[in-house]
Write a protein that binds this ligand. Sequence first.
Ligand code: IMP
Ligand code: MG
Length: 197
Amino acid sequence: MFRDIDRVLIDRERIASRVHDMAADLADDLVRDMGPAGPDGEPGQVVFIPILTGAIVFVADLIRHLPFKLRLELVAISSYPGRSMTSRGAAMRSALPDNLGGRHVVIVDDILDSGRTLALITSLVREQSPASVRTCVLLDKKVRRAEAITPDYAGFEIPDEFVVGYGLDYDGYYRNHPDIAVLRPDAISPKGAGGGA
Ligand code: IMP
Ligand code: MG
């Protein structure tokens, strides 16, 4: 099983505990923003936008800690096309919902790397005049930043290593690995395999 995994960088227990704490911070901030009526006051006030495909595992765990009404709107963005392991620039692969005006929007991604993905989606969301926009990433590879973007919530800062698991893929695989891990060098194609959205 998972013979291609070299070592675990962040194990499932640490992930679970950090996701729990991040959800608590997020809930505090959203509830404060929403005032006395709270997020349940008006349906659809809070909208979570996970970026497919990498964010699916993280967002599934995150939202189950949040005890109020929210909606999910999925958006697909690709930045690591084909088998590349470095960002080639972000491109929208699906339409953004057009009803974000006045909403409290939380954009969720698995990892912040060059920052192109979050820069793109954040600017498109802002065009709709939401009440607030927050960005929430599980991993932050700070050293690789090309865009001036700082996440509002970040789970772990990691070094410049290509990681898989907990939603993150290489060539479409390993998203189901429960820990964040590094692949064995011989599992990576010399031409630079890997990477989905
Ligand atoms: P950015 O646009 O360069 O910030 O890239 C963010 C996207 O690239 C994330 O949504 C991931 O899908 C992908 N990505 C960045 N680093 C890694 C990694 O180490 N493993 C797997 N996917 C990654
Ligand atoms: Mg992604």
